[in-house]
Design a protein around this ligand. Structure first.
Ligand SMILES: C[S@@+](CC[C@H](N)C(=O)[O-])C[C@H]1O[C@@H](n2cnc3c(N)ncnc32)[C@H](O)[C@@H]1O
Length: 302
């Protein structure tokens, strides 16, 4: 029997997402799309959970405003050109969905065009309509502040006070700032300059070199976490991280894998096994609201 599926993604990730669908769900066909919103046609009972999207689920079709009658639903406008009708906005604001519940998601894609979707709310989802970030905007050195804050929230990262983070590709310092705000110590590695708000913090130290030059001698004490946001291909970043793991023993690793080339999708397919071979029991991937052509990889010792 025919079944339609939907995804909400960021426009920058659409090409990667379509490629991922081709590889993982060859039986699906592109059906309808607007920037950031895509539906696919296929058969029933596919376990549909593509990586390069904020949220995905079953599409129940296109509706007009007067046809939408829910007691509880989240509403999301895919483009800020279209403002949600006030009654939809207020129903959305008061609707609460809990983990394990089926979410009714109404996606506004035109002046009087609404698509209804349904998905099961899971622990890695944000509890917001359309999986938009709930992190408050403020003045920060870079967008990486939000990526780090969203990673922390989405994975409920078990940081302990005053743990040491080795941050690879730390400049100008958005992620470092977020980590310092969590009472962590940051050892930032980047040939680039750090924002003064980070550089002058007592808990921040800068190794102003390329990460390929790091050796055992750079670490008087161990590190608890390795975090990377280096803008190099994932093959290079992972090779270097695996080299660091020959003399460092972090509790966990968080890597923003940059996928500027579609051939790097193959790495995403094998990354879980690679990390498990390194002894990490919990390995997860998540596309975050602030992501463009990238995805967060988390590997933890349990
Ligand atoms: C996306 S930016 C990082 C943003 C940063 N995490 C923040 O919070 O502001 C990527 C960084 O990777 C750094 N980078 C690129 N190649 C590097 C290398 N071989 N070693 C260390 N850093 C590198 C760049 O200098 C750049 O600052």
């Amino acid at each position: 029997m025919t079944q339609y599926y939907f995804v909400l993604t960021n426009p920058e990730a659409e090409v990667i997402l379509k490629e991922e669908i081709k590889l993982r769900y060859p039986e699906l066909r592109l059906s309808y799309s607007r920037p950031g919103f895509i539906t696919f046609k296929g058969v029933k009972d596919i376990k549909f959970n593509p990586l390069f999207c904020r949220v995905s689920g079953i599409s129940l079709g296109k509706f007009k405003k007067q046809e939408i009658k829910f007691e509880k639903a989240w509403f999301y406008s895919v483009n800020n050109k279209w403002e949600l009708p006030p009654e939809f906005k207020s129903l959305s604001d008061k609707s609460i969905f809990k983990k394990g519940e089926s979410v009714n998601l109404v996606m506004m894609t035109g002046a009087d065009e609404f698509w209804v979707g349904s998905y099961t709310l899971q622990s890695h989802h944000f509890q917001t309509p359309g999986e938009v970030s709930s992190i408050l905007q403020k003045e920060v050195p870079s967008r990486a502040y939000y990526k780090m804050a969203e990673t922390y929230e989405a994975f409920d990262l078990p940081f302990d006070h005053q743990e040491t983070i080795l941050e690879l590709g730390s400049a100008p310092g958005g992620a470092s700032l977020f980590l310092l705000e969590q009472d962590l110590k940051v050892l930032g590695v980047d040939p680039g300059e750090m924002d003064p708000i980070v550089a002058k913090n007592y808990d921040f130290k800068h190794i102003r070199r390329a990460f390929e030059t790091l050796t055992e001698n750079d670490f008087k004490t161990g590190v608890d976490w390795i975090i990377s946001d280096i803008n190099l291909p994932p093959t290079i970043v992972l090779r270097e991280i695996f080299r660091l793991l020959t003399f460092l023993e972090p509790r966990g690793i968080i890597v923003n894998l940059k996928l500027n080339d579609l051939k790097h999708l193959e790495i995403v397919a094998t990354i879980r096994d690679q990390m498990k071979r390194q002894g990490f029991e919990k390995v997860e991937l998540k596309y975050l609201p602030s992501h463009r052509k990238e995805i967060a990889l988390i590997a933890l010792h349990s």
